[in-house]
Design a protein around this ligand. Structure first.
Ligand SMILES: *[C@@H]1O[C@H](CO)[C@@H](O)[C@H](O)[C@H]1NC(C)=O
Ligand SMILES: *[C@@H]1O[C@H](CO)[C@@H](O)[C@H](O)[C@H]1NC(C)=O
Ligand SMILES: *[C@@H]1O[C@H](CO)[C@@H](O)[C@H](O)[C@H]1NC(C)=O
Ligand SMILES: *[C@@H]1O[C@H](CO)[C@@H](O)[C@H](O)[C@H]1NC(C)=O
Ligand SMILES: *[C@@H]1O[C@H](CO)[C@@H](O)[C@H](O)[C@H]1NC(C)=O
Length: 464
């Protein structure tokens, strides 16, 4: 709908404008080695009406685009990341840190001279010395090393480049809450996708808090976004020089993309398409899966939020007509392999926990059933339920009763842990975590749970 409207908007304009637009488009395509049809959506979104209406500072005018592309395609790509005041600033000084995001991101059209965690920006127009944590989520910043950005007179002019790179750098941390699939996707991978997709692989990643395990886990994604090996700036005294780049990643919050923002206007739909390409996933929609019985993936947990009657749950699922795949945490360690398993499933069932993040690999129209434990209503919706609908995944909740939680036996019916979870939350996150996240297992009431499973079956089995 939206796409079509934009196309009409542009081509509904006068011929001369359309012609001008076409010229610029071809020009841009030639410069970026881009398939003009493939990137049509973004280009149209980007250039829509800029010469028709008065020139706003957060958009390019045709003349501006022409000039910048001719002059410097790198500059053009970097300017795509900024708007409003930031755009004005980068045009005058070649450097700008974005104001509008909840995270801080700096964009430089000036060369970057990277000496371990110090990033020097040679420039006579800038006076700057600041620290930045190149990781979106602020609550993780205590686990992230800062980089120092030094520009202007402060710049260390005696530094020599040991290696000169010819594509821009994107500097970010693989620290923070890495190790947890949810946080890795929400706080690193999605922001990395948003920030770097439009470079079309012509970019190098400079990764602070360099974590080889993380790099290995996400090698497919990193290889899809960059045509080069990642650089560890702390490795040996090598000074790396880049023609420009980005420090930090654009971040919008829990599993969030923002389709109305620059650079690409990417949405969760675009991100899922990117994942399917990166991991060679077969199914876009659940109805493409041709199986005798729909496959249900049961995410098994080991240390907390455990399903105590897991085998009885499996028996019930089979009785209802599912083919059940039960996966333990060890079965999820190879992300590329597991993503393909998830992608062949019609239903995924699990208790609140990072394993549910695998919903990103489900085909659209599949069903995610979250077993919501006591006290975890808010987190269940915010982390997994809400994002499911952005993904086109159907979402069902099975909320347990106190009788099903091990907390009832442990504390008794009248304890505030049972009667008043908010009062536990008010004592702070650690108290809350100890009580509900780490301290609780569940014995699912199969009579009640059956109803939820039958509902899931109805949603995925067209023949019913
Ligand atoms: C500037 O760089 C030189 C060469 O790497 C180094 O020896 C010196 O300590 C640096 N100065 C400062 C102030 O960082
Ligand atoms: C880079 O900086 C970090 C943190 O200050 C330090 O631990 C590491 O040794 C440095 N690397 C080199 C090669 O100097
Ligand atoms: C630093 O490490 C890189 C990558 O492993 C290597 O290519 C380079 O030769 C090393 N430089 C020095 C000075 O050891
Ligand atoms: C999305 O981006 C637009 C444009 O920058 C901004 O106005 C809006 O607040 C953003 N929304 C969120 C949820 O960040
Ligand atoms: C399970 O749920 C059903 C329906 O709500 C209820 O009648 C039954 O007592 C519950 N069983 C247990 C063991 O709590």
């Amino acid at each position: 709908m939206g796409k079509k409207l934009k196309v009409e908007l542009v081509f509904g304009a006068t011929y001369s404008v359309a012609f001008l637009f076409l010229l610029v488009w071809i020009f841009a395509a030639a410069f970026f080695y881009v398939n003009p049809l493939g990137s049509c959506k973004h280009k149209l979104r980007y250039w829509r009406g800029h010469s028709l209406i008065s020139i706003k500072k957060d958009d390019f005018s045709i003349e501006e685009v022409n000039e910048v592309i001719k002059e410097d395609p790198l500059k053009f790509q970097l300017r795509r990341l900024v708007r409003d005041e930031d755009r004005i600033q980068i045009e005058s000084t070649g450097f700008s840190c974005l104001h509008s995001q909840i995270s801080e991101v700096c964009v430089s059209e000036r060369p970057l001279v990277i000496d371990n965690q110090t990033i020097n920006v040679p420039s006579s127009q800038l006076q700057l010395k600041k620290y930045l944590k190149p990781y979106g989520e602020v609550s993780a910043h205590y686990l992230v090393s800062p980089v120092q950005i030094v520009a202007g007179e402060q710049f260390n002019s005696s530094l020599a480049c040991h290696v000169t790179h010819h594509v821009p750098a994107v500097v970010f941390s693989s620290g923070g809450f890495a190790g947890n699939l949810y946080h890795e996707l929400s706080e690193i991978i999605i922001p990395l996708f948003i920030t770097t997709r439009d470079f079309r692989s012509q970019v190098k990643f400079v990764i602070t808090d360099f974590n080889p395990k993380w790099l290995k886990k996400y090698s497919r994604i990193l290889n899809s976004l960059s045509g080069y090996d990642a650089i560890n700036p702390a490795e040996n005294g090598t000074v790396h020089c880049f023609p420009g780049g980005v420090i930090g990643l654009k971040y919008y919050g829990l599993m969030a993309l923002n389709s109305t923002d620059l650079p690409g206007g990417y949405s969760m739909v675009d991100f899922r398409k990117f994942l399917r390409e990166s991991y060679s996933l077969k199914y876009e929609n659940v109805f493409q899966i041709k199986r005798e019985r729909p496959v249900l993936l049961l995410i098994s947990r080991k240390n907390s939020r455990v399903f105590l009657n897991e085998l009885e749950m499996v028996a019930l699922m089979e009785e209802i007509g599912f083919e059940v795949v039960l996966v333990r945490p060890s079965g999820m360690s190879n992300l590329a392999k597991f993503a393909r398993v998830v992608n062949t499933c019609s239903v995924m069932v699990g208790a609140h926990g990072a394993g549910l993040t695998n919903e990103v690999f489900l085909p659209s129209g599949a069903v995610m059933v979250q077993v919501v434990l006591l006290g975890l209503e808010w987190g269940s919706t915010a982390y997994y339920g809400g994002p499911a609908s952005d993904m086109g995944v159907q979402y069902l909740e099975y909320k347990i009763e106190p009788e099903e939680s091990t907390l009832l036996k442990k504390f008794g019916r009248d304890h505030p842990i049972i009667t008043d979870p908010d009062s536990i939350g008010a004592k702070g996150y650690n108290a809350f975590r100890t009580a509900y996240i780490d301290g609780q297992n569940v014995n699912v009431n199969l009579t009640r749970f059956r109803e939820t499973l039958v509902q899931a079956m109805e949603l995925v089995d067209l023949d019913l």
